[in-house]
Design a protein around this ligand. Sequence first.
Ligand SMILES: Cc1cc2nc3c(=O)[nH]c(=O)nc-3n(C[C@H](O)[C@H](O)[C@H](O)COP(=O)(O)OP(=O)(O)OC[C@H]3O[C@@H](n4cnc5c(N)ncnc54)[C@H](O)[C@@H]3O)c2cc1C
Length: 299
Amino acid sequence: MKPVDFELHRPETLAEALELLAEHGADGKVLAGGQSLIPLLNFRLARPDHVIDLGRIGALRAIRRNTDALVIGAMVTYHQAERSAAVAETAPLVSAALPHVAHQGIRARGTIGGSVAHGDPAAELPAVFSALDATMVAVSRRGTREIAARDFFLANLVTALEEDELLAEIRVAPVPARTGAAFNEVGRRHGDFALAGAGAQLTLTDDATVSSARIALTGVSAKPFRATEAENTLVGQRVDERLWRRAADVVRRDVDPAADLHATADYRRDVAGTIVERALAAAAARALGNRTGSMEATG
Ligand SMILES: Cc1cc2nc3c(=O)[nH]c(=O)nc-3n(C[C@H](O)[C@H](O)[C@H](O)COP(=O)(O)OP(=O)(O)OC[C@H]3O[C@@H](n4cnc5c(N)ncnc54)[C@H](O)[C@@H]3O)c2cc1C
């Protein structure tokens, strides 16, 4: 099918884009990488009168390090983030998750901001940013709003962004030394949305005690899922395989997956526990080897 007719706007600056959103936000859509929006338009599941393409706004494409945060512009592509040393060093869980997003072709166009604004609970980055307590920076002609990840993802494909707001950037606090991260998932085919995905990031003390734990899960609930109860079972404990198993059991208890054509809810629940256990073991091994807080993380 083809989309319904719409007027395409291609602003050159953020100010122009905000002006257009203030005017057309109620009956318009922002276009980023188009990897979700274009299929929605083609299937006529979205029928905007106006489409505002952010592709020409260079200011949204930067990755930079502030004193207290890694700042990822909304129009940074997955591909760009995957190759960023700043992301690998400062946000190893983001780095570990990126190779699991879709296919290389989609990662070349799809954007970090598009993934976050879309708010899909099956997507890797919304769950990862939830676990990392990231801050979403929304801008409109009315001003700037900083929204904590826990307040940003409201329901399946529903976020706290208002009609006249753009997601401009995502801020993530840098990791300390002795931090390691890993991400893994189970899917029918490489590049498909996974049946379930799990990421873990651990920070250890010098005597291998967990001082901070973050666990992200995809595909197991109606919103991007952070396993806070499982994280709590880890903090203050010495690194030990039995610990990962205990956290995995808590995850199996706490997730609330739905059944669909691809898998039953029970299967997803069981898989979620197993991949959390594996992610924790891999994250701990990396944390033990990382004395500087500056590491190259892989999936
Ligand atoms: C075959 C296939 C497989 C895929 N597999 C995966 C996968 O495994 N994991 C995964 O995470 N994703 C997957 N995706 C989705 C892909 O990652 C999308 O790119 C992503 O969800 C949206 O990013 P985008 O830049 O393409 O956004 P777009 O498609 O352009 O926009 C998505 C939505 O976000 C809004 N939006 C975008 N940017 C902003 C902004 N800055 N401010 C406000 N609103 C904004 C748009 O209006 C739209 O509603 C897959 C897609 C396909 C086609």
